[in-house]
Design a protein around this ligand. Structure first.
Ligand code: C5P
Length: 239
């Protein structure tokens, strides 16, 4: 059965092997999944995935946010899936056909998560990037459009903000896995940073998130394991 701690994805946003593995040791049993992003994967290579797997029974989320021409994305996903992570991320921006060709050729059990709209983007940035008013003024419409494309292409889930997850689940159904970054517990000391569309852990799960990505609030806490425990308690009471 899924326990409250299993909702927590901790991003190993750390530059070295030793720092990453020290957080794995510290948080093993307090979070469900460790996320390996570009920084760690590029600096350490696939060996870091083996080390995390050997350290305990937490899941692995390989957050590569793939975005390239369709054939390159497909081949990169196939290479990533050789390491059998639970999740790999792909941007929606190459369109449904590209996502479908990855989903159709998925050789194993790795789940494909599609990135909708990064939580660091806001209206001003979307306008700057050329999105028309309909989408720049209503980010949830853009997130829903991309989530629909991802679902129809056969992706298992999406990454979206806690503000959009309720509406997306209502429109597209509960079986689409929703992973929500941009989480800031009320007690978090890192409120003034680059995440724009933030919610608390309880708001996220109440809105329908299946997983919450919580990095700096746990990483930078005095006692990261205690911070993860408090987040799990908050999730338990929200559930
Ligand atoms: O909680 P914190 O802001 O430190 O989390 C940062 C992590 O969230 C990074 O690993 C980043 O890649 C991830 N993230 C994400 N999708 C977003 C925004 C952030 O996966 N839309």
């Amino acid at each position: 059965m899924k326990e409250p701690k299993d909702y927590i994805i901790f991003p190993l946003d750390l530059p070295t092997y030793n720092e990453a593995m020290s957080y794995v040791e510290l948080l093993q049993g307090h979070v469900g999944i460790f996320k390996v992003g570009l920084e760690l994967f590029i600096s350490q290579g696939p060996g870091i995935l083996t080390s995390i797997r050997n350290a305990g029974d937490s899941g692995i989320f390989l957050d590569l946010k793939l975005h390239d021409i369709p054939v390159t994305v497909k081949r990169a996903f196939l290479a990533a899936s050789q390491h059998a992570p639970e999740f790999v991320t792909i941007h929606c921006d190459e369109g449904g056909e590209s996502l479908k060709s990855v989903a159709d050729s998925n050789p194993g059990n790795t789940k494909i998560l599609a990135i909708t709209v990064l939580t660091s983007l806001d209206k001003r940035k979307l306008r700057e990037l050329g999105y028309d008013e309909h989408f720049s003024e209503d980010i949830s419409a853009l997130a829903l459009l991309k989530a629909r494309i991802a679902k129809e292409a056969g992706c298992h889930g999406i990454v979206c903000s806690g503000h959009e997850v309720g509406m997306i689940k209502k429109e597209l159904g509960n079986e689409l896995i929703a992973v929500t970054p941009g989480i800031r517990p009320e007690w978090s000391v890192v409120n003034q940073d680059d995440q724009k569309r933030i919610v608390t852990p309880s708001e996220a799960v109440l809105n329908g998130s299946d997983y919450v990505v919580i990095g700096r609030p746990i990483r930078d806490a005095k006692n990261p394991a205690d911070a993860a425990k408090i987040v799990a308690e908050e999730i338990a009471s929200a559930l």
